[in-house]
Ligand binder design. Structure first.
Ligand code: ATP
Length: 472
């Protein structure tokens, strides 16, 4: 059971995300479409900042990594070779009475509180019968047998029926890197160990209980395939990546108490993995997978080599020995990162905070987002929209826009404008007041400390450069 205040927190976040332009239900004017969301102006900015930070850290920031951007469509044989056509499936059941559809493992886990990871569709059917599990929607105990449904989305290429051929929307970004292993290694003259990083969309035909953007049909992944020699100690490399992933979370400011690592039991492992751990986050709806780290062995390259007939072996430049590399795969969901960041940042301040010009008595919301990912870095607020004050503020905003994301806002009381910026996590508000006309200085307010500083307009660029470390 979810605690009421926990659901409340989630609902408040969903509502803030919509009201302030982070995330909207997709195609809302038509009633939306299940488990699909659109990122608005602030959402896309937040997402781009996270992706940029990740890329800088894991691709630009390392001598042993290169980037990649593969097409979403791939030759369908890729998905046969990878095992996804045969194995990438969830068991589902339908309620015969109200027609609701559920993932069988989720249904059992919710009802019994016990993990059923790795159970087959037949096992799940049996458990549902023995435990007399009822439909969460209508209370009936009349389910179909659990049946496996493949998660890959199918579509087709070709205009006329007889020329049509089935293609899949990729179920993970990883395969784009495996099939390009030889291209990338040779073009970039890379020596093992090295990794490829890629950010892109993946698609899965999932049934979901509707936890906002946690599980969607279309989502983004930031994935790394780290290629090693079969002679390397994979366990050591795995442990290094585990540390790297934990360091990324710490750098984002995620509290340690909200993160835990869980190793998959043998029967739970994916068809390609020898060892997998999940980084789990304490979402309001429970501990759930945030990221994964898997040792995929040489499973993918061996399969692609066999199915394509291409020699994907690596030749050791020193010994001329040829072998198929093994792979350690750290994978990060973009959308789950965004959801976690919003949840971590969301703070309600009872009784409000005192601002320069007025005391706010009601509850205030502050998004304490990391400065680097905040969608708006600086808000420029003229004390009044009268000229020449507004003109001076507009000029300052335009100047700063050359370096970072700026929002100019002249509508409403200054207190309201501060609160709007706090709600979207803007780290700095710059107020242009009547004194500014005389002394060419502005007041800069820090979102978290509420400290105010008078800064000369000509120094603002350097002031923010120092505070952000770099410009976005
Ligand atoms: P889950 O167990 O939650 O279904 P998974 O183990 O299938 O996830 P992976 O295949 O390891 O997930 O995918 C890598 C990452 O992609 C996950 O850690 C998660 O952050 C993200 N991800 C996977 N499926 C979805 C989805 N449907 N919606 C949003 N993000 C997803």
């Amino acid at each position: 059971m979810q605690m009421p205040h926990v659901q409340d927190r989630m609902q408040k976040l969903v509502s803030l995300a919509k009201r302030r332009g982070f995330i909207f239900p997709s195609s809302e004017i038509y009633g939306g479409i299940a488990n699909t969301w659109d990122y608005g102006p602030l959402g896309v900015a937040l997402k781009n900042n996270v992706k940029q930070l990740w890329w800088n850290r894991f691709v630009h920031g390392r001598n042993d990594m290169v980037g990649m951007d593969a097409a979403i469509f791939m030759n369908p044989r890729v998905w046969e070779a990878s095992g996804h056509v045969a194995n990438f499936a969830d068991a589902r059941v339908d309620c015969k009475k109200c027609k609701s559809r559920f993932r069988a493992d989720h249904l059992v886990e919710e009802a019994t509180g016990k993990s059923v990871e790795g159970k087959t569709a037949e096992d799940l059917t049996q458990i549902i019968g023995v435990e007399r599990i009822v439909c969460p929607s209508c209370g009936a105990h009349e389910f179909t047998e659990a049946r496996n449904f493949n998660l890959l989305f199918e579509t087709s290429i070709g205009k006329v029926e007889k020329d049509k051929s089935i293609v899949y929307l990729r179920g993970e970004t990883a395969q784009g890197m495996f099939v390009n292993f030889k291209n990338v290694q040779q073009a970039m003259r890379l020596r093992l160990p090295f990794g490829m990083g890629q950010i892109g969309k993946a698609f899965r035909n999932e049934i979901t209980p509707g936890n906002f953007t946690f599980r969607t049909l279309e989502f983004e992944q930031m994935e790394i395939e780290y290629f090693i020699s079969p002679r390397d100690d994979w366990g050591k490399i795995f442990a290094l990546w585990e540390k790297e992933m934990a360091a990324w979370l710490a750098d984002l400011g995620i509290s340690k108490k909200n993160i835990r690592v869980r190793e998959h039991a043998q029967e739970e492992l994916s068809h390609y993995s020898k060892k997998t751990i999940d980084f789990e986050y304490a979402f309001p709806f429970g501990w759930k997978e945030l990221y994964g780290l898997a040792y995929r062995t040489d499973f993918d390259l061996q399969n692609h080599m066999r199915e394509s007939g291409e020699d994907l072996r690596y030749t050791d430049p020193d010994t001329q020995e040829k072998y198929v590399p093994h792979v350690v795969e750290p994978t990060f969901g973009v959308d789950r990162t965004i959801l976690m960041l919003l949840l971590e940042a969301y703070v309600e301040i009872e009784g409000g905070r005192t601002t320069t010009t007025e005391s706010v008595k009601e509850e205030e919301v502050v998004l304490r987002l990391d400065k680097r990912v905040a969608p708006v870095k600086v808000a420029v607020l003229p004390l009044s929209k009268k000229e020449p004050l507004a003109q001076k503020a507009r000029e300052l905003a335009q100047m700063l826009r050359g370096y970072l994301a700026v929002q100019y806002d002249e509508t409403g009381s200054i207190g309201k404008r501060y609160r709007r910026q706090d709600e979207i996590g803007t780290p700095y508000c710059v107020t242009v007041d009547f004194d500014s006309l005389e002394d060419d200085k502005v007041t800069v307010r820090d979102r978290d400390t509420m400290a105010q500083e008078r800064v000369a307009i000509e120094d603002t660029k350097n002031y923010f450069k120092e505070n952000f470390g770099m410009f976005h």
